[in-house]
Design a protein around this ligand. Structure first.
Ligand code: AQP
Length: 354
């Protein structure tokens, strides 16, 4: 059985200030994965149009996400860092995937329901088709592993469904062209052109929750800035937000079991664990029985320690937009070469004349 060559791909939307959820759920994993993998990291600017069409500060937002990638430690020379709109093959493959995906599959996407809200008729067609473009972002490189936060799990399942249907529907075209690889789907080996992507969602904080409501995801678009810690927040802001974070009156438990039914406590312990690179159990063995008046100052110190150097480096990089643009152009060129190879093969498999 031949295996697909491992390749990591992930993206972040330039839709506002990056926060601790984006960092712990995604960017920090991007950094760790580059040690032993070939990685492609993308600022998915075309996705940013799905919820809101006009962004006065689009260019600055794209540069700011790129600065966060670099400041966190991503190496744009060994790997590829670029913005999606520089590689039109993403949109081209997304159109093909729009024709592969079934309406019933798209109707099940909970993020569309959340983001479209009550007035679904007014949501853009792009917001509805977003998961199909996301599948194309990944599969145009035939990437195998995707580090993401827990909120993206359903979209990755859809990417697998799309890959599977394409592989099945073009099965007899893939074999004669010799482009496919045998992969195992369940117990059966299937001749496949696209891999079954694996989400990488582990860690103690796969879904960082709002500081104001432990049942809601920390999000760039939450109207309350107190709900999230932004990567650009200074020490004072971080300290204020953690001090004001919602908690309950009880002391911290000594076992993770005791976090059940306490979403805010669970969230803060998860954040601590992720920032300290420990498990929640380790954190509770240190802080079990302590009040939040003891735990919160320790969390503030830790968050400032981890985030201050990233924050300073992002500010430094943002002073030289020419350098950031050059990184994106270089990454875009290398990404385009790879994506065009896939698209030529896809065009041949489908039977388009070229
Ligand atoms: N709260 C979170 N916890 C863990 N991971 C998270 N991610 C986002 N929020 C959390 C992960 O960050 C990566 C980039 O996300 P994105 O910006 O492309 O889109 P998003 O998931 O829609 O992020 P936001 O912050 O919630 O933005 P808005 O408010 O614009 O919708 C992804 O891997 C995501 O899982």
């Amino acid at each position: 059985m031949t295996e697909f060559k491992p390749l990591v791909f992930s993206g972040v939307q330039p839709t506002g200030n990056l926060h601790l959820g984006n960092y712990l759920g995604a960017i920090r994993k991007f950094v760790a994965l580059q040690e032993n993998n070939d990685c492609i990291y993308c600022v998915v600017d075309m996705h940013a149009l799905t919820a809101q069409l006009v962004h006065e500060d689009m260019a600055t937002q794209i540069r700011s996400i790129t600065a966060a990638f670099l400041a966190a430690g991503i190496d744009p020379e060994k790997h590829i860092v670029f913005n999606q709109s520089q590689v039109p093959q993403h949109a081209e493959l997304a159109w093909i995937f729009n024709c592969v995906a079934r309406i019933g599959w798209m109707n099940r996407m909970t993020q569309f329901k959340d983001k479209a809200g009550k007035d679904r008729e007014q949501a853009s067609l792009g917001l509805y088709a977003y998961p199909s473009l996301m599948a194309a972002d990944i599969l145009v490189y035939r990437a195998t592993h995707v580090p993401v936060g827990d909120d993206q799990k359903q979209h990755l399942e859809l990417a697998r469904d799309i890959a599977m249907k394409f592989n099945m529907d073009f099965h007899d075209k893939i074999v004669p062209t010799g482009l496919g690889i045998d992969i195992k789907v369940g117990e059966e080996p299937v001749h496949a052109y696209f891999p079954m992507v694996e989400p990488l969602i582990d860690g103690p904080a796969p879904r960082v929750m709002s500081l104001k409501d432990g049942t809601k995801k920390m999000s760039k678009s939450d109207p309350s800035d107190l709900s999230r810690i932004n990567l650009m927040d200074d020490q004072e802001a971080i300290s204020k937000k953690i001090r004001k974070a919602k908690t309950d009156p009880d002391a911290l438990p000594s076992e993770t079991e005791g976090l059940k039914g306490r979403p805010e406590a669970d969230n803060l312990v998860g954040i601590f664990a992720a920032l300290a690179d420990k498990s929640k159990a380790d954190v509770l063995s240190e802080f079990g029985g302590q009040q939040f008046s003891v735990f919160k100052p320790a969390l503030i110190d830790l968050a400032v320690d981890v985030l201050a150097p990233i924050n300073a480096e992002m500010r430094r990089l943002m002073e030289d937009p020419g350098h950031i643009d050059a990184v994106l152009r270089d990454g875009g060129e290398r990404a385009r070469t790879r994506a065009e190879k896939t698209m030529n093969e896809v065009r041949d498999i489908i039977g388009f004349v070229r």
